[in-house]
Design a protein around this ligand. Structure first.
Ligand SMILES: NC(=O)c1ccc[n+]([C@@H]2O[C@H](COP(=O)([O-])OP(=O)(O)OC[C@H]3O[C@@H](n4cnc5c(N)ncnc54)[C@H](O)[C@@H]3O)[C@@H](O)[C@H]2O)c1
Length: 415
């Protein structure tokens, strides 16, 4: 059994890691919480029976106390990771830090160094490595089923409604308020590409822009807020009441802690999630494509796009002896071996729903890491740092229009 504190009892803090602890009380126990929102803090404290004196209103406050647990979870927003992460490590906590680790490459590198200097484990919330779906792909590759891996075509299908929710109206809409979308949404995917390729990236090129969710596409006469009598309510797929009233809880929570229809409608009336998607303060891309070459000649074409019907990941891995095709949400892998017609179809059922089973898988890996010191290539923070740096390099390429020499880029980051 390990003990933990939670900084940021929001969607991830409550819904992913808190939820795991509720179901696995003999494995992990939260003994402290910090969140300025009294409802969220109180809810988390109630679910985990946290004593009043261990409930705090900020990261600063909880980290001023003497160390009270094995691990500190940091599940605040992207630009609020670095400062508490550094403090927690220096206090001697092992750290579970939500991705992205930090919003600039220097801070990512520094966190790795501080963790090493303080001899604590640093685990980043790259949950996809822990899904049965991607873990099975890894096993298939390592077993040589498709020969030597040569190329990967990977798609992050964000879905039009998710793009609008998170990257147009929501928390990750604006680079300055959070981080570039390739980092916020896709450091997971870049992490998988490095994991599969088993090599360092050498070159990266990326293109993309914000092409649709902007003022030039405001339907004629549409008001700033959907509920101010928008005449396109019926046909617009983004009409806020239509999106949120029947949505899953994780989509409703950022809109309002009280998820009743009345409270949601009230929040949508003048709140950020009730805005016309063509009239927000968003500036992150809505589509981006990234090409990567690895040191062992493996190439990757990775597309992240908001313009999809489904919210899922689809992948094709091409090797010298065969091909793997996968659809994450269907949990289906098809393995083709050259010279045979029919594929082997593998169904990879996840034990739980959060991120295809990844939320549960990463908690189990964290507990094993703290209790037994098991440090596999899955949990190594240096791998996570490299995938973050690859995201920053891709963004640099997108903005500069140049192909980035990855090693040279990383060399510029030493301070
Ligand atoms: N691993 C994944 O797959 C995954 C998925 C989604 C989000 N994320 C990341 O997880 C992080 C959290 O996302 P979320 O959707 O849960 O956000 P959220 O906004 O729902 O939760 C953040 C919480 O932090 C609290 N907070 C604000 N200031 C604080 C402070 N000073 N001290 C303590 N708490 C404070 C807020 O009140 C809120 O409850 C983000 O970095 C996000 O990018 C990771």
């Amino acid at each position: 059994m390990i003990s933990a504190i939670m900084i940021g009892a929001g969607s991830r803090g409550i819904g992913a890691y808190g939820a795991y602890a509720e179901l696995n009380r003999e494995r992990i126990r939260f003994v402290g919480v910090a969140d300025p929102d009294p409802m969220r803090r109180g809810y988390f404290a109630m679910k985990h029976a946290i004593a009043m004196e261990n409930q705090f209103t900020s990261d600063e406050e909880i980290l001023m106390q003497p160390k009270m647990a094995d691990v500190c979870f940091i599940c605040t927003q992207d630009n609020m990771h670095f400062v508490p992460a550094k403090k927690a490590i220096e206090k001697g906590y092992h750290l579970f830090l939500e991705k992205p680790m930090a919003v600039n490459p220097f801070d990512c590198i520094e966190l790795g160094k501080i963790a090493e200097a303080n001899h604590v484990h640093l685990m980043i919330g790259h949950v996809l490595r822990y899904t049965p779906f991607f873990a099975t792909i890894k096993q298939l590759l390592d077993s040589g089923r498709i020969g030597r891996l040569i190329s990967i075509q990977h798609n992050e299908n964000v879905a039009f409604w998710h793009q609008a929710h998170s990257f147009v109206r929501g928390n990750w809409r604006n680079r300055k308020l959070s981080s570039p979308m390739i980092l916020a949404k896709s450091c997971h995917d870049l992490d998988l590409m490095i994991w599969f390729a088993k090599a360092h990236p050498i070159k990266v090129s990326s293109f993309g822009s914000l092409s649709h969710y902007k003022s030039e596409f405001i339907p004629k006469g549409a008001p700033k807020f959907c509920m101010d009598g928008c005449q396109y309510a019926k046909e617009c797929p983004y009409f806020a009441p239509k999106v949120y009233l029947n949505a899953p809880d994780w989509l409703k929570l950022p809109v309002s802690n009280d998820m009743s229809d009345d409270a949601l409608l009230k929040a949508l009336k003048k709140g950020p999630y009730g805005r016309c998607v063509y009239q927000c303060d968003n500036d992150v891309v809505d589509h981006q494509v990234t090409a990567i070459e690895f040191a062992n000649e493996i190439t990757v074409a990775f597309t992240m796009t908001g313009f999809t019907h489904e919210n899922t990941r689809t992948i094709k891995l091409m090797g010298t002896k065969g091909e793997i095709r996968g659809h994450m949400d269907k949990n289906i892998l098809e393995v083709y071996q050259f010279g045979t017609e029919a594929p082997e179809v593998i169904s990879t059922v996840a034990k739980s729903s959060g991120h295809g089973g990844g939320d549960e898988g990463i908690m189990e890996a964290l507990i094993a890491l703290i209790e037994e010191g098991k440090n596999t290539d899955i949990t190594d923070h240096n791998a996570s740092i490299e995938s973050h740096l690859l995201a920053f390099a891709a963004e640099e390429s997108r903005l500069s229009g140049k192909t980035i020499d990855f090693a040279a880029y990383v060399a510029t980051l030493s301070r």
